[in-house]
Ligand binder design. Sequence first.
Ligand SMILES: C[S@@+](CC[C@H](N)C(=O)[O-])C[C@H]1O[C@@H](n2cnc3c(N)ncnc32)[C@H](O)[C@@H]1O
Length: 216
Amino acid sequence: MKPHSREWYSKIARELGTYDHPWKRHTDGPDPELIYDALLSNLIAGGMWVLEAGCADGKDAARFGSYAAAWTGYDREEEFIKIARQKVPQAAFAVWDGKSELSMMLRGPYDLVVSRRGPTSVIDHLPEVAAPEARFLYVGPTLDSPRVPDKLSAIGWTILGEWHTRVRTWLPTEEDDRARSEFLGEDHDPERWQAESEVRGRMYWEERQTILAAAK
Ligand SMILES: C[S@@+](CC[C@H](N)C(=O)[O-])C[C@H]1O[C@@H](n2cnc3c(N)ncnc32)[C@H](O)[C@@H]1O
């Protein structure tokens, strides 16, 4: 099953009920995704309406939702949305794939639209759902596919900042190496493990690209 395909996310939602990396890791510094948390904490304010694309089981709604006037998450996996509704009853959640017609509940207007490793297709809908002075915050392993900055420029949004962060990270055991390879849709390479593993395990770079944009 191809990682990040629809069936793959359905299986994770059914079997695990949450989205998380299935391998252990030790990093040599702060998690590169913390920049997203810091930006989100600084941007969010009482009175704001927030829309989250690809909210899965509502982890960010649970963490940050109470700082906003309203937090609405959507995800195309119905199972995730059921769990999110149970976990965070004070937030609103909808099943949506970004392709079918936008329901009334998702129309906003939102002051802040966020996506943590979620679908970048939400960018196509910003003109419909975002308030005139809205912000968009995204973090993912890459900005390249599709080109997030290009998509934002195409709708006339201004990029306020881009943060490229990476930290040396260790996979402590071969099982963790295998789990990561499978998660990335790659074959496990025992020879690479043999050649590259040290006392702390095998090193790789954990990378994130974070982008903040404004409607004007
Ligand atoms: C990598 S997971 C991230 C989940 C969550 N934001 C987190 O950080 O834990 C991506 C999520 O986006 C959802 N997703 C992927 N493509 C989508 C689309 N086109 N429309 C809505 N949700 C989508 C998946 O079902 C999954 O829950």
